[in-house]
Design a protein around this ligand. Structure first.
Ligand SMILES: [Zn+2]
Length: 421
């Protein structure tokens, strides 16, 4: 085993949200205002001398600006750094049609921007799961009010990890999720990873609503994706039924929160099992298809769930990445769109759109392969990293995957035989 230090972000919900949301709101608005002041300043300098000031220049121009004092100095600095980075990546694109970074406005209002606290701006109490976030000087309105925002948090992790275990917490970010604030802790973490990684490559076809398929070459696994879909459907029903005249009722809010917790749990359990199964099979590299709007996910789109789908996809992928990293397994993102993994036969390589047959079966006109279409895609993905092992894939494992299901009674992924239906 070897020791390595990795950077990881832990998300946390805020237990005393109603007590701190006003303060977080005002800091989120302040971050947007400062961004806009910075944006305006960039424009003025740019128009005057044709030079776009970078983050350091912006900070020194604006250090004494009134809006700079709305946040802790390191937090203000971070806002201007983000603006500088946004401009940098904009002019790196070298695309005359791309728009430069814009102002943060929402009608006449300012939206809630992410606020970042660096090491001098927060104090963490891992024993009681609390964090003190320093207010900006201008926000310390009364000498009787606290000059910090005290958040009580619950980490959203299924690994029983606490912040006491990490090497150090580098930054704390307050992120507005559309309905409430959450905290992101960016940490340095020491992980024990096996010295030698496995020999094999696993190809993963990340189906979120249908099926997730894994191919290790001589063995295949299928994860039907029903749990996420059923849940989403059930809880949306609840939300509609309880939507009141004055916005969502308490019950609807409860349903939403419960839904997001269950979805988060499902994605943790799923990624954990995939990585464990790969580690057991001596996998050293996981190849995962990655492209925007990979599939015409008909089923999912019909229920207007595209955003949920994209969120679940990204979350699942990043879970797999960090859980694999813990076990010394590398994850490679493969651009699925250019590879046409779902349209190519994994045995003979014939590519034809007519190959894809209904109901999830792939039937090849060239070699006669009949296989689960998700497994065919997964096997193609695997081959992008490790071309053919000696195994004869024309039979066997592509037709007989091990099916693993989400067991609602235990919240774990188990082999089909053991799952409670
Ligand atoms: Zn074929």
């Amino acid at each position: 085993m070897s020791n390595r230090v990795v950077t990881r972000t832990f998300k946390a919900s805020i237990r005393n949200h109603s007590q701190v949301c006003d303060d977080l709101d005002s800091h989120g608005f302040a971050a947007s205002k400062l961004w806009n002041v910075g944006r305006w300043t960039v424009q003025r300098v740019w128009d005057a001398i044709g030079h776009i000031p970078d983050a350091d220049e912006l900070c020194s121009y604006l250090k004494r600006h009134d809006r700079y004092g709305d946040l802790h100095s390191q937090s203000s600095q971070r806002v201007l750094q983000e603006l500088g980075e946004a401009f940098k990546s904009w002019y790196k694109q070298d695309d005359p049609d791309a728009n430069p970074p814009g102002y943060r406005k929402y009608g006449d209002e300012h939206p809630r921007s992410t606020v970042t606290w660096k090491n001098q701006g927060f104090r963490l109490d891992t024993q009681y799961n609390r964090v003190r976030l320093s207010k900006g000087t201008n926000m310390k309105v009364s000498r009787y009010a606290a000059d910090y925002i005290l958040c009580e948090y619950t980490l959203q992790t299924d690994d029983d990890q606490t912040l006491a275990d990490v090497e150090n917490v580098q930054t704390v970010r307050a992120v507005w999720g559309g309905e409430h604030w959450e905290l992101h802790f960016v940490c340095k973490l020491r992980v024990e990873a096996p010295e030698t990684s496995g020999e094999k490559t696993a190809g993963v076809d990340l189906g979120i609503c249908n099926t997730l398929a894994v191919s290790v070459g001589d063995e295949t696994l299928l994860y039907p994706g029903n749990a996420l879909k059923e849940d989403a459907h059930y809880f949306r029903q609840e939300e509609y039924e309880t939507e009141g005249d004055n916005g969502p009722s308490d019950h609807a809010l409860w349903a939403r929160q419960k839904k997001s917790r269950r979805q988060a749990h499902f994605l943790h359990a799923l990624s954990k099992d995939i990585v464990e199964q790969c580690a057991e099979r001596d996998v050293g590299t996981i190849a995962v298809g990655h492209a925007k709007h990979i599939r015409e996910d008909v089923e999912w789109g019909r229920h207007g769930n595209k955003r949920l789908h994209d969120w679940a996809f990204e979350t699942l992928l990043s879970h797999i990445e960090y859980k694999a990293e813990d076990r010394g397994i590398a994850v490679e993102r493969v651009d699925e769109a250019t590879l046409k993994t779902s349209k190519t036969c994994c045995v003979c390589g014939l590519e034809a759109s007519t190959n894809r047959v209904e109901r999830g079966l792939y039937v090849c006109e060239g070699c006669g392969l009949v296989a689960n279409s998700d497994l065919n895609a997964a096997e193609n993905m695997r081959k992008t990293v490790t071309p053919n092992p000696s195994a004869d894939r024309s039979n066997g494992c592509l037709a007989q995957p091990s099916v693993r299901l989400f067991d609602k009674s235990t919240g774990r992924i188990v082999p089909q035989e053991q799952a409670v239906p």
